[in-house]
Design a protein around this ligand. Structure first.
Ligand SMILES: NC(=O)c1ccc[n+]([C@@H]2O[C@H](COP(=O)([O-])OP(=O)(O)OC[C@H]3O[C@@H](n4cnc5c(N)ncnc54)[C@H](O)[C@@H]3O)[C@@H](O)[C@H]2O)c1
Length: 347
C-alpha cells in the first residue's frame, strides 16, 4: 500500500533501534516528509550503517536513546528496538514531552509494562501507536469490505495456515487482524505449543513459541496453525455464511468463492452448491507502505492501532502461554485473569 499523505511541515522524528525494522521506519518517516533529527542504537555498527545510508551527521547519532531524547527533543519517535526496551523507552519519551510515539510490536514483555506505557502517555498527552499495521494492508482492507456483503454474508471463522512464524513475532499481528476484520475482540484463547522453542534471529536471549491457537470471541473464532515443521507460506481462509475468501498473503492473491445467488438461502448443510469463483491480485505483504499509512492516519487524527490495540494483542499472546500451561484450557483475556507482572522473553 502507498500513501500520498504527508506529515505537517517541519515535524522532526527520531528512531531508537536501527536494525532491520528501524531502517524501514526511517524509510517510512522520510517517505511521508518528516525530518530525521536523531537516531539511536546500542550497537555502533547499526548507528554507522543508518548514518551512512540516510546521510545523517554523526551529531544526530546516539548510543543512549534517553540522552538522544534530551538532546534533539523530537516531535515524533519510533521505538524499533526489541521488546524488553519498549516500555522504558516509551515511558522516557512520554516524560520528555514527545508528542507522537510509534512503538513496535509486541508492545511490551508484560501487561504491567503495557499499562505503564499507556499511563505515561496519557499523563503527558502523548499519542501512542503500536505498529500492528493490519488496517492499512490491502490483504485485510479488501477482505473486510467483502465480509458481511450480500455475496458472502457474515463471518463464521478465520483460519490461518501459516509457517514457523512465532507467537509474538507474527501470530500477535493476527489477533489485531481478527479484531479489525471481524469488529470483535478475542475473549479467550486456547493454545497448544510445540516443545521446540523458536530459534530467534534477533538473539539467543529471546524465546518464542510455535503451535496451534484457537481464539474465541462472542462471534467468529480464529484458528492459527504455525508449526516448526512448516516452512513455506501464509494462507488465510475467511469462512463466511455463503462462501470463503482465501488469501495467499505472501504472494498477493485472493480467491473468492461464493454460492450462486439463487442458492444463498438454502441451509448451510448444502455447502456444495454451484458457486461463483473469482481470483484477484492484491498487494503482497509489505511493511514500509502500511507504516507510512499508519503515520498519515495518526497525524490526521484518523483511526490507528493505539495502546489498547497493542494491549489486546499482547493479552492474547499471554493467554496463549497460560492456556498451554493448562493443557489447552481456555484462558480469558483480561488483566483480572492473566498474570500482570509476568515477563516474557519475546523480541
Ligand atoms: N510491525 C512489523 O511488521 C514488524 C516487522 C519486523 C519486526 N518488528 C518488531 O520490530 C522490533 C525490531 O525488530 P528487528 O527485526 O529490527 O530486530 P533487530 O534485532 O534487527 O534490531 C533491533 C535493534 O535494536 C537495538 N537495540 C536493542 N535494545 C536497544 C536499546 N535498549 N536501545 C537502543 N537500541 C537497542 C539492537 O542493537 C538492534 O540494532 C521487534 O520488536 C520486532 O518484533 C515488527
Amino acid at each position: 500500500m502507498t500513501t500520498n499523505s504527508s506529515a505537517p511541515a517541519g515535524l522532526r522524528a527520531a528512531v531508537i533501534g536501527l536494525g532491520r525494522m528501524g531502517m524501514r521506519h526511517i524509510e517510512a518517516i522520510t517517505g511521508i516528509g518528516m525530518t530525521v533529527c536523531g537516531v539511536s542504537d546500542i550497537a555502533e555498527q547499526a548507528r554507522a550503517t543508518a548514518c551512512e545510508t540516510w546521510k545523517l551527521d554523526s551529531s544526530a547519532s546516539f548510543a543512549d536513546g534517553v540522552e538522544m531524547l534530551r538532546s534533539v527533543r523530537p516531535d515524533a519517535l519510533v521505538v524499533a528496538t526489541t521488546a524488553p526496551s519498549h516500555a522504558p523507552l516509551v515511558v522516557a519519551a512520554a516524560e520528555a514531552g514527545v508528542r507522537f510515539i510509534l512503538c513496535e510490536k509486541p508492545m511490551a514483555t508484560s501487561l504491567a509494562e503495557a499499562r505503564e506505557m499507556m499511563n505515561a502517555c496519557n499523563r503527558s498527552g502523548t499519542v501512542l501507536a503500536i505498529n500492528h499495521q493490519m488496517r492499512f494492508m490491502e490483504q485485510y482492507t479488501r477482505v473486510k469490505a467483502l465480509i458481511g456483503s450480500e455475496q458472502l454474508g457474515p463471518l463464521a471463522s478465520v483460519v490461518v495456515a501459516a509457517s514457523n512464524f512465532g507467537l509474538a513475532m507474527n501470530a500477535s499481528h493476527y489477533f489485531e487482524m481478527f479484531r479489525y476484520v471481524s469488529g470483535v475482540s478475542v475473549q479467550s484463547v486456547s493454545a497448544w505449543f510445540e516443545d521446540a522453542k523458536l530459534a530467534n534471529p534477533r538473539g539467543a536471549q529471546f524465546e518464542d513459541r510455535s503451535g496451534r491457537i484457537l481464539a474465541h470471541s462472542e462471534g467468529p473464532s480464529l484458528y492459527l496453525d504455525f508449526s516448526v515443521n512448516a516452512g513455506n507460506g501464509i494462507n488465510v481462509v475467511y469462512i463466511c455464511r455463503y462462501g470463503q475468501i482465501v488469501v495467499d498473503e505472501l504472494n498477493g492473491t485472493m480467491r473468492v468463492v461464493a454460492r450462486k445467488s439463487e442458492f444463498r438461502d438454502l441451509p448451510t448443510t448444502r455447502y456444495g452448491m454451484p458457486s461463483d469463483i473469482r481470483a484477484e491480485n492484491i498487494a503482497p505483504a509489505d511493511v514500509v507502505g502500511p507504516t507510512k499509512a499508519l503515520w498519515a492516519a495518526l497525524l490526521a487524527g484518523q483511526s490507528y492501532p493505539d495502546g489498547e490495540a497493542g494491549l489486546h494483542a499482547l493479552a492474547c499472546c499471554i493467554a496463549a502461554h497460560v492456556s498451554h500451561e493448562k493443557s489447552g484450557s481456555a484462558a480469558a483475556i483480561g488483566e483480572q485473569s492473566l498474570p500482570v507482572a509476568r515477563r516474557f522473553q519475546w523480541a
